[in-house]
Design a protein around this ligand. Structure first.
Ligand code: SF4
Length: 94
């Protein structure tokens, strides 16, 4: 019988090719906007966090390009774009 693979193990198979610029950015001055708190809870890759000054910080490496943060937070607080071709996530499991 085959072993069931967990989400973290599946995500660990993906490959991420970084680009010169982050394809998603928190708009300047919006780092403490309460709408960003939703991204901390919802980002499946766990890329949003809150620092000691209460600002939300995004670490783009590992982004799955799922669009969850864009839908949850909106374009007023996020500058959201897909990365250029050949850059970003390469899914290796389905
Ligand atoms: S697009 Fe998805 S994986 Fe990437 S930062 Fe937003 S919620 Fe996280």
């Amino acid at each position: 019988m085959s072993e069931v693979m967990g989400l973290k193990a599946k995500l660990g198979l993906d490959v991420f090719k970084p680009g010169p610029d982050a394809h998603i950015k928190i708009r300047p001055g919006m780092e403490k906007d309460p709408r960003l708190k939703k991204a901390i809870l919802l980002c499946p890759a766990g890329l949003y966090s809150e620092n000691e000054t209460g600002e939300v910080v995004l670490t783009i490496d590992g982004c799955l390009e799922c669009g969850t943060c864009r839908l949850a937070c909106g374009n007023e607080v996020l500058d959201w774009n897909y990365p250029d071709g050949g850059i970003g996530v390469q899914f290796r499991f389905g």
